[in-house]
Ligand binder design. Sequence first.
Ligand SMILES: CC(C)(COP(=O)(O)OP(=O)(O)OC[C@H]1O[C@@H](n2cnc3c(N)ncnc32)[C@H](O)[C@@H]1OP(=O)(O)O)[C@@H](O)C(=O)NCCC(=O)NCCS
Length: 183
Amino acid sequence: MLIPKLRSYKGVTPKIGENSYVDDSAILIGDITLSEDVSIWPLVAARGDVNTINIGARTNVQDGSILHVTRKSKNNPDGYPLIIGEDVTIGHLCMLHGCTLGNRILVGMGAIIMDGAIVQDDVFIGAGTLVPPNKILESGFLYVGNPMKKARPLKESESAFLKQSAINYTELKDDYLAELVNN
Ligand SMILES: CC(C)(COP(=O)(O)OP(=O)(O)OC[C@H]1O[C@@H](n2cnc3c(N)ncnc32)[C@H](O)[C@@H]1OP(=O)(O)O)[C@@H](O)C(=O)NCCC(=O)NCCS
């Protein structure tokens, strides 16, 4: 049985921006919007059912990552949508739940970011970091650890890499799109 990778929930189907790539083994459900040049790699699961998921241009979500949201309730009228900005790299096996990420961020492999957390622009999150609910991660810093700690300001090379990583993945995604045309 072929499981469709883009699935509706309550009549809302994921919207995929121009030149974006969603691997056939990924599953996207419900109110999800991908901007242009986004890439979603194998075995990603994203569920925009009880709230919305928005992903900005040139952002990549790598293999095995899980994206989810929190429903609206009396005490939390907006719930927690998941908002991810532009040129963001989400490494392998990350868990992003109802948080807000700005632009040019690298989320290291296996990191977990919980509800209401806000990651400002130009932040590097080390592999395996746990970001507890409602924390604010300041622009220009490296965060590591469980629970996360502000480790140090970013080196110039690391700041530059944030954008470069998104460029690398945008180019890789274009190769994969070309492969689809050729097959
Ligand atoms: C954090 C990171 C950027 C390295 O930063 P760094 O300052 O160069 O760190 P160093 O390698 O010099 O190590 C400094 C210390 O931090 C520790 N450390 C390194 N990475 C760590 C991490 N992710 N979490 C916790 N501690 C970490 C090291 O063990 C070392 O500890 P010690 O001083 O007690 O020996 C890197 O390890 C990392 O996590 N990169 C993410 C890569 C990734 O996931 N990319 C996405 C996939 S495409």
